[in-house]
Design a binder for this molecule. Sequence first.
Ligand SMILES: Nc1ncnc2c1ncn2[C@@H]1O[C@H](COP(=O)(O)OP(=O)(O)OP(=O)(O)O)[C@@H](O)[C@H]1O
Length: 358
Amino acid sequence: MPATTRAEAPFIRFEGVRKEYADGTVAVPGLDLDVREHELLTLVGPSGSGKSTLLRMVNRLVEPSAGRVLLDGRDVGDQDPVQLRRGIGYVIQDVGLFPHRTVAQNVATVPRLLRWEPARARNRVAELLELVGLDPAVHGRRYPHELSGGQRQRVGVARALATKPQVMLMDEPFGAVDPEGRRALQSEFRQIHDDLGTTVVLVTHDIDEAVTLGDRVAVLRQGGHLEQVATPVTLLTRPASAFVEDFIGGSRAVRLLGLTTLRREDVRPAAAPGRAAPAAPAGTVQLGDRLDTAFAALVAGDDGAVPVLDEHGSPVGTLTFDRLYSALRRAYATEHVAAREVRPHREPDADLTGPGRA
Ligand SMILES: Nc1ncnc2c1ncn2[C@@H]1O[C@H](COP(=O)(O)OP(=O)(O)OP(=O)(O)O)[C@@H](O)[C@H]1O
């Protein structure tokens, strides 16, 4: 039974953690950061900003020089590292699959160490491979070199999930995958996370990945200084420092389009709402669509206006460039990210989208 079950209670707490390596490099200068239960927190920053160091202090691959890391209220420094790691999923860029073991054997690594019954392990492996979009009968028997890069990453995720860990640590998990495969993996992983409710800390140097995947985003700069911890929209609309603003770059509005969804109030109402859906729904958008999708539909159309349908497919009005602009302004003003407003979790009262500390 976890000691902390309320969403606002931190599941992982970095308390004054500092890491100075043997050669005198200070990777993390003394940092406080909370990760809430069930949330997906992304750690983003330039190369050498201490992201991996911070992550690896959770599973004791790196020991802090000062401060401590609490996991579910317990200092990880007091726990046996091997036991600790068996309860934490860990996914790294090059996956680290065992080359001479099949995919199924790789995924079953920890269950085997835990001496699960073979049938139980087999069932779990099949379930996990399906979860990450691989066919157990086909891919389970293959060796890692017989898979694509994206498929190998999927196996890495499946392996990390094998024992239903409460925590997943992911270090550039999709870094080696081509951009298209990467987007697919990101959205599938986001779905898996929403379904399982696992607490995830994910390291990336890619700000787009950070804001697309994270419930909150922690931005680090050189020397391991924490610049801002905030929801993606707060980060994009109210960067806390010049560094964050610079790191986000010039495409804040474009990124915000991908995080905001179309609402009824954004639409110019139809004269006679509720009539049958148009014959060509391909040229329409729907309430709840992301604004970048709506923008693409507007651009593809001829007249700067597209019909908008409600969730039942009935027309509710029209979207124009003006209206789209208003919706974007709304996002700036109210920080609404509809895609993240309701998230299925094991705890229905969990509010994970509250403002960060920034
Ligand atoms: N074992 C080590 N010994 C000495 N210095 C190290 C060691 N590991 C990391 N560092 C240094 O600590 C700093 C932070 O490194 P870290 O790998 O945590 O950063 P990062 O943000 O994850 O970088 P990247 O995005 O390039 O992986 C860097 O200056 C790095 O050179």
